[in-house]
Design a protein. Structure first.
Length: 572
């Protein structure tokens, strides 16, 4: 005979039943929703679907961003290099991963390490777009006060901050601009390597820059041993610093730690990019000054090269001459006051200063102001040199043009302030190279390159500030080029011969890799051409030779991509 189990009377349950009857809590919709959501959370055991999307009304991710976040969660177990090309939204992908882990309770403490100029931008976007309570690190008590902290990596690596960060565990660490971790001997690399971290995301558009061994250092931060020991990695995968051995095997190893989305894959439609050269003619006084300084630089360069002396300041002076006479004049005056130089050398510098002082007006500055007035819209003016920036700002103020500066020497709060003023009040931002990294300025679609870097990748970094996701208008790039000067040849080389502005992001680096060159090698080669060319025809001849080699490498790369799907250096 079967016996039914005894039924026990639970007084606490009965009391709760009576309370619900009295308070009429049977049909509370809010309570039902909370109970249902809690049940759903308990049932979510995998990462096939991002649950955070329904809680992010201010974010509409692109399909490639969703796929990337899902792969990081599902396949990479929260440790990955996000290597999308510039402008495809690596920040969004990282924030999606962080948000998902926070919702699931797998992350409570997170540290986001970024360049100083991006601390407030990251903090603001995490709070406003993703509803993540992130705080900007401000003092040594911040490390133990806040659970989600955004900090400058340069501040974090210094004591007492370093010890405070290393003394506690972090559920997640995110590093933006992670290519700055490429050298394992630096304090940046050592800091990230020593952090106690469960999950880790490294964000960089250039996981490989000059040397395959840099890639090994990045991956070691994520998954030590993924590529074997350093000696094994070099033996198995490195032919030379830019050429992989066994690229298929290396690519397979990379696929386990790195995701790279490219513009060329059609993940997203970008607005068009229009580039034009703005020709200038030097005034007679500017021409005399330019010719005299250039002749002096070449003469001194050759003499010093022959005697193995430092020539860096001469190269800087030549680049300043390509920027503006004002920038070069500042340097000449400073050099002339340096008593470490011989008296005859300083006397020659003073003669050049006198020539520069006779210039009544600067053609390039006047042309820039005319362009700004013609555009009638917000404009970013890029220059490499602080002196050029200061003079541009001075002249714009005199002409009644509201303009703000942006440069590396500003503290992060001031950088954020300058960006806000540019967005809401000023027509012009005059930026040095610090403005070419990390800033999102999609509300502007006009760029004036007052001068062009001789490193083509830095040119693309500038343009990437406006020509990126979120830009709804076509982008216009105006390159100033002074006739019959070195600058004209530089602009022609970048714009006309290698067609830098028409290449999809990443293509240039791959084509240069085919030529066994990096962007830095390219820059050094240009410097040699300029300093060694006794006549403009010789410089143009060198440019034509390079152009022929570049076109051959480009054609070979295109054939390989079409037939085998292989992209040099065969990895990304």
């Amino acid at each position: 005979m079967n016996h039914l189990p005894e039924v026990e009377f639970n007084e606490s349950a009965f009391d709760e039943f009576v309370t619900r009857v009295r308070e009429d809590r049977w049909d509370s919709w809010a309570m039902f929703q909370l109970a249902l959501e809690a049940h759903r959370r308990q049932l979510t055991e995998d990462f096939d679907r991002l649950t955070c999307i329904e809680q992010l009304p201010a974010v509409i991710p692109y399909p490639h961003q969703l796929r990337t976040a899902e792969r990081v969660l599902r396949e990479f177990r929260g440790r990955a290099i996000l290597a999308d090309e510039v402008g495809l939204g690596k920040t969004i992908e990282a924030a999606l991963v962080l948000k998902e882990y926070l919702i699931r309770g797998l992350v409570q403490k997170a540290l986001i390490l970024v360049p100083a100029s991006l601390v407030l931008q990251w903090t603001r976007e995490l709070n406003e777009k993703f509803n993540i309570p992130a705080f900007a690190q401000r003092n040594e008590w911040s490390w133990s006060t806040y659970n989600i902290l955004v900090a400058s990596i340069d501040t974090t690596k210094r004591d007492p901050h370093r010890q405070a960060v290393l003394s506690q565990p972090w559920d997640m660490v995110i590093v933006d601009e992670a290519h700055k971790l490429k050298n394992r001997k630096t304090k940046n690399w050592q800091l990230v390597n020593q952090l106690q971290k469960k999950y880790c995301l490294l964000l960089t558009a250039t996981p490989i820059q000059n040397d395959l061994r840099e890639l090994y250092n990045l991956i070691t931060l994520l998954k030590p041993g993924q590529l074997g020991s350093f000696r094994e990695f070099c033996r198995n995968f490195v032919e030379d610093k830019r050429t992989p051995k066994n690229p298929a095997g290396l690519r397979k190893a990379l696929d386990a730690v790195m995701i790279r989305n490219k513009r060329s894959e059609g993940n997203v439609e970008f607005t068009k990019r229009y580039v034009r050269q703005v020709p200038l003619q030097l005034s007679p006084e500017e021409r005399v000054f330019y010719e005299a300084v250039t002749a002096f630089i070449r003469e001194e360069y050759r003499r010093r090269i022959d005697t193995s002396q430092n020539v860096l300041h001469l190269i800087t002076l030549q680049r300043e001459m390509c920027s503006s006479p004002y920038a070069a004049l500042n340097t000449l005056e400073r050099m002339a006051k340096d008593e470490a130089h011989p008296a005859g050398f300083r006397a020659r510098l003073l003669e050049l200063c006198e020539l520069g002082a006779r210039i009544p007006a600067y053609t390039k500055v006047e042309t820039t102001i005319d362009l700004v007035n013609q555009i009638h819209d917000k404009v970013i003016v890029f220059t490499e040199y602080r002196a050029s920036q200061d003079f541009l700002l001075y002249m714009m103020k005199r002409r009644g043009i509201p303009a703000v500066p942006f440069r590396g020497g500003f503290q992060r709060g001031k950088k954020d302030w300058m960006k806000d003023i540019f967005s809401k009040r000023a027509q012009v931002m005059v930026a040095t190279e610090a403005g070419g990294e990390g800033l999102n300025l999609q509300f502007c679609n006009q760029i004036i390159n007052f001068d062009l870097p001789w490193n083509p990748m830095r040119v693309e970094q500038r343009i990437g500030r406006v020509h990126r996701l979120g830009q709804t208008r076509d982008v216009f790039i105006h390159n100033l080029a002074t006739a019959d000067t070195i600058e004209q040849y530089i602009v022609e080389l970048l714009q006309e011969k290698i067609r830098l502005f028409e290449l999809v992001i990443g293509e240039l680096d791959l084509i240069l890799g085919k030529m066994r060159l990096s962007a830095d090698d390219f820059e050094r080669q240009v410097i040699r051409w300029i300093m060694d060319a006794e006549h403009p025809d010789r410089l143009r001849e060198k440019m034509d030779e390079f152009n022929h080699a570049f076109e051959s490498a480009k054609a070979e790369w295109a054939r390989e991509r079409a037939t085998e799907g292989v992209e040099l250096p065969g990895l990304i």
